[in-house]
Design a protein around this ligand. Structure first.
Ligand SMILES: [Zn+2]
Length: 251
């Protein structure tokens, strides 16, 4: 079946000598994997318009199997401000991996599609990439039903005061009292109330928030989210080590 949809290229891998497989987030059918024939030949027109983070009108051909075929592409936005900047590419790759890992194939979700457009716009324009990344992580997790419990203790439901503990496997925070009753070491990470509040504030914002985090809050909140994302996806995203390196260097 031949059909038309707007979509965003999340990633691409080479296939054989001439072709390429792209993973698309489409408006009509959610995640789609498709072959771009001849995309690796010199001067291929399709190569230029199927680069990661390009948004385009795609004509696709699918026969019900998982792998479809890109027939025609009409570019809408190549996001030059992202692809020309190393840090923005790293974050975009990381967030694209989260989308690929969270969303099912061939299931329309226009909310996530428009969210990802807003995320790319944020990565293209923002000076604080850290804030865009945390906002994107939280909103994507929320859209997929994996919002961590940040405001209240997972065990007793009270708002924690003082030292709070975050558990990626449990998907939220524990208060000091409930933490003391927990057995077994290792999975709980002590976090400050400032980190929790910052993430809650960012998560509650439907549009990219104007929050700037510094110092311990910045490090802790990033670490909480990285651990939680890896837990939800069941693996560390491939680009996560590059994100960690950027953030350790103060991005
Ligand atoms: Zn508690």
């Amino acid at each position: 079946m031949l059909y038309q949809t707007e979509g965003i290229v999340l990633s691409s891998v080479d296939l054989g000598e001439h072709d390429r497989i792209v993973t698309l987030l489409t408006l009509q059918k959610g995640l789609v994997r498709a072959v771009v024939r001849g995309a690796r030949k010199p001067n291929s027109r399709l190569a230029a318009v199927t680069q990661p983070f390009s948004r385009a009108d795609f004509q696709l051909y699918g026969r019900g199997s998982s792998l479809e075929r890109v027939i025609q592409v009409s570019l809408l936005d190549s996001h030059p401000g992202i692809v020309s900047d190393y840090a923005r590419v790293v974050y975009a790759s990381y967030l694209a991996e989260i989308v690929s890992g969270l969303m099912p194939e061939h299931e329309r979700n226009s909310g996530v599609y428009h969210l990802f457009i807003a995320i790319l716009a944020g990565l293209q324009e923002a000076r604080e990439l850290w804030t865009v990344a945390r906002w994107a992580e939280l909103r994507l997790l929320k859209s997929a039903g994996f919002m961590p419990s940040l405001e209240s203790c997972l065990k007793c439901g009270k708002v924690p005061v003082g030292t709070t503990y975050f558990s990626a496997p449990a998907g939220g925070v524990l208060c000091d009292k409930c933490h003391a009753k927990e057995e077994g070491p290792g999975i709980l990470m002590p976090v400050s109330s400032g980190s929790i509040k910052t993430l809650s504030l960012i998560a509650a914002s439907p549009n990219r928030p104007n929050v700037v985090a510094r110092g311990q809050v910045r490090d802790e909140a990033a670490k909480m989210m990285r651990e939680y994302v890896a837990h939800v996806l069941g693996k560390r995203p491939k680009s996560l080590s590059l994100v960690e390196k950027l953030e350790d260097e103060g991005a």
